[in-house]
Design a protein around this ligand. Structure first.
Ligand code: PHE
Length: 337
């Protein structure tokens, strides 16, 4: 045997050994591979044994190459063996251990926002308000124009509104994620004549830098009543009664002047929270222009509207310190309700 013949067989053994090794995916075939190539009568051992028949120079070279191959094959063998073990331990098994103790199934429950919304709707339903639902994707016309929100109002700004299609032309304007549930006011009035008495819950979206009291998604419950002879006293009576039902009879309530383009006058209502006033809703008498926009005669009809944030209400009622908890889907939070 010559040195170059030995080199040939070393590289061909290497190629064959590595190819066969990658197919040895169970411990039995891996063991057969080990015996064939590395065993006492194996092919590599055969080469090592034959080195003695070479001339001294050739022997040194071929011996080094054969020993290098030995190291490589040993390492490859270990790697394949580890791979096989890992695959075996993660392979699914059909066996079911019937001796394991049973685990209690956890019943599902309603999301705290949903619970709060239902409680609020129930309060208004009992006062004669009917629930209607709207769409989260809304036309610019209903979210803004019909509500007397002029084109240059900051609420339309890119910073506040998530637009689906802003470039769309025509009377309906662009398409957006509604920033408030108030579009349900003109949508409802367009569909029916007075008297109107509705509440409309749903999700709203705004581009917000989130913090403990601001989220880019949140719920509102809109309210609207339109009839002959409705006054600000009706607005206050309705919202006092709402606060009484949600927070109890003793809770202090405060109205302050506020501005919304679709009401006149406009107010916000705050709840006493350990000596601090916390705003939970905006409200006001429906603006005559909004009534005209839907074809109602503002000389004949008046109305009031309000928009409550159920997450805000729940935060006050249950002492939740961060509005972001509502949308994090963390069971440690959700399972407390
Ligand atoms: N839509 C207003 C807001 O999102 C709240 C509101 C509703 C105010 C109805 C007045 C009347 O801030």
């Amino acid at each position: 045997m010559t040195s170059s013949a030995t080199e040939d067989s070393i590289s061909s053994i290497k190629a064959e050994a590595l190819e066969r090794l990658s197919a040895a995916t169970d411990q039995d075939s891996l063991e057969r591979w080990r015996v064939e190539f590395m065993g006492r009568k194996g092919r590599l051992t055969g080469i090592l044994r034959n080195l003695g028949s070479l001339a001294p120079e050739e022997r040194r070279e071929a011996g080094a190459a054969a020993n290098r191959l030995k190291g490589e094959l040993e390492a490859a063998f270990e790697a394949q063996s580890a791979l096989n073990k890992r695959a075996a331990s993660s392979a699914p098994t059909d066996a079911i251990d019937v001796t394991l103790p049973g685990r209690k199934t956890r019943p599902g429950r309603l999301h705290p926002s949903t619970q709060m919304i239902r409680e609020m709707l129930a309060a208004f339903n009992e006062m004669g308000f009917q629930t209607v639902e709207g769409n989260e994707v809304e036309l610019e016309r209903y979210n803004f124009d019909m509500l007397n929100i002029p084109a240059d109002h900051p609420a339309r700004d890119m910073q506040d509104t998530i637009w689906i299609n802003r470039e769309r032309v025509g009377a309906d304007g662009g398409i957006l994620m509604r920033t408030q549930t108030s579009p349900m006011q003109p949508r409802t009035m367009e569909q029916q004549d007075p008297p109107v008495r509705i509440v409309s819950p749903g999700k709203c979206f705004r581009i917000e830098a989130t913090d403990a009291t601001h989220e880019w998604q949140f719920h509102q419950v809109e309210g609207l009543a339109v009839d002959e002879g409705l006054s600000f006293a009706d607005l206050k009576g309705t919202l006092y009664e709402f606060a009484r039902r949600i927070f109890g009879a003793d809770r202090k309530v405060r109205f302050r002047c506020d501005f919304f383009p679709f009401v006149e006058p406009g107010v916000d209502m705050s709840i006493d929270w350990n000596g601090r006033w916390v705003e939970i809703l905006g409200a006001g008498m429906v603006h005559p222009q909004v009534l005209r926009n839907v074809g109602y005669d503002p000389e004949k009809y008046t109305g009031f509207a309000f928009g409550v944030g159920p997450e805000r209400v729940a935060m006050l009622k249950y002492g939740i310190e961060d509005i972001r908890h509502f949308f994090n889907n963390d069971l440690r939070f959700l399972s407390q309700f």
